[in-house]
Design a protein around this ligand. Structure first.
Ligand code: ATP
Ligand code: MG
Length: 356
């Protein structure tokens, strides 16, 4: 029997709804597989915790999480808590504290989902975006002087290190190499940003030498949005900075039909610490409590978690079940259906049990 300790942090808004759905599906997979156990422990961290205790998670939060095999994360953010407190209070300390430097974001148009682009159908947009997750524009460097005065200046400094860029680049080339098309696009903005971005381009060329069988090219981030929209089939694996990939992966999620289907994995490739798996979407308070949140992103990220834990058979089974359900038109309203979260979840559980 293989046993995994999983820390669940459902957090805010629709987070608890989609994480509960994901746990239900993983428990049914556990029954179906017969030789795996997932032991979930839930932590009530997030905006409510902040309102009660002044912090999003306890000071020893990382020490607590360290003992787990993986972290299953919902969404964080509440209308009455400032965004930068939210972000720097929970997700980023975990990502940075556990050096989850590779943020892996697969996209694909799932069966049954009508994408907004006329030139795409099911199976298209089969991309993986790798977002540098430990430095860059979100390193937190910068400051403000003469606050509130006419001469006020604010700086937001992007920090790129040779170590940081090389390791994520190597991860991206390796991932591209493992995929059938062996195709990588490196995204920067090295025409306008002439220091760190030029270093990205140079390091890409250096790391490429280690992967002669990977075909790679470079794109400026602005041109990349055009290519993603007009020539989506020309792309496969994509690597970009923290900020650029943040923006591009929201676009990718929308092009695939909805943010509600887009998953992400925050990976420590060296496996020194637990990695963290979450839907890309935020807390979405506009639909919280209505029972209509799309749980597909949370299922897909659970499959990423299984893959990372070495449970590749379980991951493939889970994704087959999800695709069967979306293909049958059992969809939440964000992707044009009429089903609710529970109906989609029940259908995936049925598909897990009925498949061989
Ligand atoms: P954040 O501030 O973290 O970006 P948010 O509350 O703005 O969070 P987003 O994730 O950006 O939420 O999502 C934007 C909108 O997309 C939501 O308000 C919601 O209407 C829709 N949406 C997002 N996720 C889902 C989902 N899982 N199911 C259905 N609709 C969703
Ligand atoms: Mg948003």
């Amino acid at each position: 029997m293989r046993e995994y300790a999983i820390a669940s942090i459902p957090a805010d808004g629709i987070g608890p709804e989609v994480i509960a759905a994901g746990e239900t599906v993983l428990k049914s997979l556990e029954k179906r597989l017969g030789d795996v156990t997932f032991n979930f422990q839930t932590f009530d961290w997030g905006s409510d915790h902040y309102k009660k205790h002044g912090v999003m998670m306890p000071a020893d939060g990382l020490t607590t999480l360290k003992k787990f095999d993986a972290i299953y994360f919902g969404a964080v953010g509440a209308p009455d808590v400032p965004d930068h407190i939210t972000l720097w209070g929970l997700r980023l300390p975990i990502c940075q504290g556990f050096d989850q430097y590779a943020n892996v974001r697969p996209t694909k148009i799932l069966p049954g989902i009508t994408p907004p682009l006329r030139n795409c159908g099911p199976g298209d947009l089969d991309w993986v975006i790798i977002r540098e997750n430990s430095e860059g524009e979100y390193a937190g460097a910068g400051g403000r002087v003469h606050r509130g005065l006419p001469e006020e200046v604010g700086t937001e400094v992007a920090i790129f290190t040779r170590v940081g860029v090389t390791r994520v680049m190597r991860y991206a080339f390796k991932l591209a190499q493992s995929r059938p098309r062996k195709l990588l696009t490196v995204v920067t903005k090295s025409n306008a940003q002439r220091h760190g971005m030029v270093m990205w381009d140079e390091i890409a060329a250096e790391v490429a030498q280690e992967f002669p069988d990977v075909t790679w090219d470079k794109m400026l981030v602005d041109a990349m949005t055009v290519r993603m929209t007009l020539k989506p089939q020309s792309l496969d694996t994509i690597v970009a900075t923290n900020l650029h990939a943040d923006v591009l992966s929201d676009l990718a999620g929308a092009l695939a039909g909805s943010l509600g289907v887009a998953p992400t994995a925050n990976i420590d490739p060296e496996r020194r610490f637990p990695s963290m798996f979450e839907p890309i979407h935020g807390s979405a308070f506009d639909i919280t409590g209505k029972g209509i949140a799309n749980p597909v992103a949370s299922f897909w990220t659970a499959a990423q978690m299984l893959d990372h834990l070495g449970e590749t058979d379980g991951a493939a089974r889970l994704m087959r079940a999800v695709e069967k359900v979306t293909g049958a038109g059992i969809l939440t309203p964000d992707v044009g259906g009429t089903a609710n979260t529970k109906e989609v979840t029940d259908a995936v559980v049925d598909a897990i049990h009925s498949s061989n």
